[in-house]
Each structure stands twice: as C-alpha cells, then as structure tokens.
Design a protein around this ligand. Structure first.
Ligand code: FAD
Length: 537
C-alpha cells in the first residue's frame, strides 16, 4: 500500500484532533485532518475547565496564553453540605508555573483559537465533510476511506490518530477495539447563564444536598463574560421541556441566584459514562481523546486528559516519522495513556459513586460522611466532589528508568503535586530568558548537576540523530530546588517534559541505557555495548 512518507492522518477535528495536528506540525510532520462535519458548529459548550499543564501544552502551539487571558482564572474549590461549608482548598504549584491552576473558558472558544492556529500552519491540511468510514493498514501505511458529498474518497498516510470522539464505535470496532465500562442512571442538567453575580466570580462551588436540590448536588463554575455554568444532578426521568414550560426551570435558577437578571445561553441534559478502549494502539493507528476514553466531567478530566494523549502521541509519532526512534516507541503510547485513562476512570467513577450512589449501602455511606464532615475535619477527606485534573505520572512506564533513591509515594493528596522524579512532569520555573518547560519540550533534555561528568552524557548522546540538548546546571539554584536535584545527578527529561531518569554519577553505558529505554530501543547487549544510541527506524 505505501503511505505518503511521513504524513499522519488525524481523524476528527475536535479539540483533541486539532491539538494533535498542531503538535505534529510543530515537530515538522505533515498532517491531514479528516472531519465528518461540513464546518465548525460552535453551538453549546462542553469542556470549560482547563488545567494549568494543559494550557502549557497549548502554549507550545500558540494558544495557551490567549486562553488564559480570555478565560476566568480560579484557584479555590469550595465544597458545601446543605448550608455548611465543609472545606476549601487551593491548588499547589511545585515550581513557579506560568499559568494559573485552572482557567474556565468554553470549549467552543478553545476550538476557535485552535482553528486559527491550524489555518496559519502550512503543514496541516483540513478536509471538512469527510467522514472516515474505513481504516486499513499494512506494513507500508494506513489507507483511509471517506464518505463525502461528492462520493467516496481515499487517502494514504504513514500513521493515523483516531480522535473521532465518543461516537467512534464503528471505527473502533473495525480496529478490533472494545469500549468497556458503564453508564450512570442519573442525569445532569447543565445551564450556562449570563448574570451579574460578583461574589461568585473566582471560585468553583460544589453543593451537596442544598435546599434547592435536596438529596442531590449542584456545581457552579464562573466563566468569562459574566457567564456561569450551573450543573444540577436530576433524576433519571427528568424532563427539561416540561420544566421550561411550567416555569420550574426559572424557579430552579432563581433558587440559586435570587432576583438578579439572567439570560440562558445554553442548556442540555447529559447522562455520563465511564469507558476505556481495550487498545490505544493498533499497529499504525493510535486512539486519543473521547475516542479512547469517556468519563464523567466531575474533575474536568475529559479534554484535559485528551490533550495529554495528543502530546504523548505527537512526540512519539514524530520521532518515528523522522527516524529518530523505531516503531516500538508507539507501543509505549498504549502503555502510558491506557494507564492514565484507567487512573482517570478509577477517580471519576469513585466520584460518581459518591454523587450517584448505586445502592443503599453507598447512600448510607454518603449521608454519614457528609454529616460527620460538618464537625469532624478527619471525615472531609472522604467527601468526593471530584478530584480535579492533574498530569499522569509515568512511573511504571517501560520508558522510565526507576530510581530506588526516589520511590514514588503514590497519588498525592487532593490539590498537591508529587515530588519530581522518574515518570513525573517537571515543575516549571523561569530559566535563562524563558521557561524551563519550554526548553524541555524542544527534544530530549539532559541536565547535569555539579559533580556529574558531562562527558559521559555527551558521549552517550552522540549517536542520537534527533533534537537533544545537554545542560550543565552549575549554580542555577532555582531549577535544582524545584526539581529536588542533588549534586552528582544526571536528569533525562522527555520531549513532553516528564522525567525519564535520574542517574547518580552515571558512566556512559548507564546514560546510553536510559536513553535507549526512553526511545524504546532494546537495551544493548554486553557484546554491543559500544554501539551508539538512537539510530533506529
Ligand atoms: C457537559 C460536559 C462538560 C465537560 N466539561 C469538561 C471540562 O470542564 N474539562 C474537560 O477537560 N473536559 C470536559 N468535558 C469533556 C470534553 O468535552 C471532551 O473530552 C472533549 O470534547 C473530547 O474532545 P475530542 O476531540 O476527543 O472529541 P470531540 O469533541 O467529540 O470531537 C470529535 C470530532 O470527530 C468528528 N468525527 C466523528 N466521527 C468521525 C469520522 N468517522 N470521521 C471524521 N470525523 C469524525 C466529530 O464530528 C468531531 O468533530 C465535558 C464534557 C461534557 C459532556
């Protein structure tokens, strides 16, 4: 079959497809985006809540700072039970981050800004009105068959990323991928309203059992332009049209905002699911975003994790396309992002079990936890109003070299970040004339602290054909402090700014082994120990 050399096809021009395309183009890879819809239809809004590290990824493709400037920044999450405030927390920053912890902005605006960047990117071709109906692959590439207004069209690419969202079942099925999980019975009414409510403008508020939604909960998020998202849990037989007609919807809103004037911008009723695809890599095809996993939005983990999929997929596909690594690197995409999806599902399903108890035992536990939490601070940790999105830690990844001196302490408390170490996303700090993470995202980055022999690292890197940089940290205190780096260490940072290895006074072979590992190249055997690293593909 023979795909066009180097070209990657992205199926679906939603925010995950857009981000994947732009990141691939940033790595110099030509991209063909195939989208079923005839044009962008910015009606309604799904995601509003974007996490700091995701804004950071978007900044590499030119939209992070714009989203942050246009969006509403919030740092505090408050949780109430009836009229008592149970707790509030602010989100920690392990370094000196460029972005605030969370920015609320509509998914429609995010997509619009990403479209502008795509229009300015000559390496990306977008074909609207192209519904992919079949994906076939062989050793040479991928063939994509599309249904269009003018009949069937076919395209070839070297690799493909399936970002076709929740309704990708027929394409998943063609790839032999199942989408196991569950749907939740209760439904959620979401209204975006415009109103003047100054006291509500910079906090996320979560109410359990408020008098205006007894036995259920309400979540309120501030958004730009005096908009607020109100999200009510409603019964399975809830009827929005009947509520509108009877005036009950107006009363529902007035119960919360009082007499203030308001306008409904958008409303919808959702039922949520928890599902993950059985494989996120099938040969030359990777699955990303909602095509790969679905979860309830409590914790804002859907699009935020989709962007992390996009970043993980893009650097690996780019390294394979350029011949800087072999195709084995692609298998680590499944390993890492499937683990991330499972973690997200575990967290969001636990939240849903607390919000929508499945049986009397869960109801009883919820009642007891909430009642105790009013007076007993030790019960507050059990109140689950959603654990907010955070980057996944590739601690058990085949690309990560473990460091026995830095064991991973497990999932940190709500709002906290784990200490930097193998698998963890590096904290950001100002560095030289820019930011440390910007530098990290340019390729492989090796950091030698004082007391490390940089020659060993330089030597091991010499055979790698891709972008790589070795920095001797000298006396740069702030970066070493943020990382917790000690003298005599060599840190290897991946192109997605996660730590691949921390080696103590390593010899050349140890550096070579860690580099081979992060590129998924089989570790050199004894007799081939003097081979250089990285000339795969
Ligand atoms: C109410 C609600 C609130 C949410 N809030 C948040 C939040 O605050 N934060 C957060 O991170 N996430 C949130 N999410 C989740 C977020 O909206 C999704 O994770 C996100 O839309 C996924 O993007 P995607 O690009 O993977 O899929 P989609 O946005 O579904 O895009 C898929 C695209 O693929 C196209 N397509 C489909 N089939 C084909 C085909 N065969 N060929 C070509 N094109 C095709 C579609 O037309 C579409 O354009 C929320 C979701 C909901 C429902």
């Amino acid at each position: 079959m023979g795909g066009e050399p180097g070209r990657v096809a992205v199926v679906g021009n939603g925010p995950v497809g857009q981000t994947t395309a732009l990141l691939l183009a940033r790595w110099g890879v030509p991209v063909l985006v195939l989208e079923a819809a005839p044009h962008r239809d910015p009606v309604g809004s799904k995601a509003i809540c974007q996490q700091r590290d995701v804004l950071d990824v978007w900044e590499t493709i030119g939209v992070g700072a714009r989203l942050a400037a246009e969006g509403v920044t919030w740092t505090t999450a408050r949780t109430f039970f009836r009229d008592a405030e149970l707790f509030s927390y602010t989100i920690a920053d392990p370094g000196r981050a460029f972005f605030p912890p969370f920015v609320n902005i509509s998914q429609a605006r995010t997509e619009e800004l990403l479209d502008e960047r795509i229009a300015a990117e000559p390496r990306i071709e977008v074909r609207w009105g192209h519904r992919v109906t079949a994906l076939e692959q062989d050793a040479g590439g991928v063939r994509l068959v599309c249904a269009t207004d003018r009949g069937e069209a076919e395209f070839a690419a070297r690799y493909a990323v399936l970002c076709a969202g929740a309704r990708a079942e027929s394409l998943r099925a063609r790839l032999g991928v199942t989408f196991d999980g569950q749907s939740f019975d209760d439904r959620f009414l979401i209204c975006d309203i415009r109103a003047d409510l100054p006291g509500w403008a910079s906090e996320r508020r979560f109410y359990f059992d408020p008098v205006w939604n007894p036995g259920r909960q309400v979540l309120i998020h501030p958004c730009p332009d005096s908009r607020f998202r109100i999200d009510w849990q409603v019964p399975a037989d809830y009827d929005l049209a009947a509520e509108e007609e009877s005036g009950a919807l107006d009363r529902r809103i007035r119960d919360i905002i009082g007499d203030s004037a308001y306008e409904i911008i958008w409303k919808s009723v959702y039922r949520f699911q928890s599902r993950v695809a059985s494989r996120l890599r099938v040969g030359r095809v990777l699955l990303a975003g909602d095509a790969a996993h679905l979860m309830s939005p409590f914790g804002a983990r859907g699009l935020n994790s989709g962007v992390a999929d996009a970043e993980n997929a893009a650097w690996k596909l780019a390294f394979a396309c350029h011949g800087w690594a072999g195709e084995d690197l692609l298998e680590s995409y499944h390993h890492e992002r499937h683990a991330a999806a499972r973690e997200n599902l575990e967290i969001t399903t636990a939240t849903m079990d607390f919000l929508v108890p499945q049986d009397e035992r869960q109801w009883e536990r919820r009642r007891s936890v909430l009642e105790r939490a009013v007076t007993d601070p030790s019960a507050r940790g059990e109140v689950d109003s959603g654990r907010l999105a955070e980057p996944f830690w590739y601690v058990d990844s085949p690309l990560t070299t473990p460091d026995p001196g830095r064991p991973f302490a497990g999932r940190p408390p709500r709002g906290a970040a784990p200490a930097a170490g193998p698998g963890v996303l590096v904290p950001d700090v100002p560095f030289a004339t820019g930011r440390f993470r910007e530098l990290a995202r340019d390729g492989l980055l090796l950091l030698a602290t004082p007391g490390t022999d940089p020659a060993a690292a330089r030597d091991a890197l010499a055979g790698f054909a891709g972008p790589a940089r070795l920095l001797e940290l000298g006396a740069d205190g702030e970066l070493c402090t943020a990382l917790g780096a000690r003298d005599g260490e060599l840190w290897i940072i991946r192109p997605d700014a996660h730590v691949a290895a921390v080696l103590t006074r390593p010899a050349r072979d140890q550096v070579a082994a860690a580099l081979a590992r992060v590129l998924a190249i089989p570790t050199p055997k004894e007799e081939t120990r003097d081979h250089t690293v990285g000339r795969a593909g």
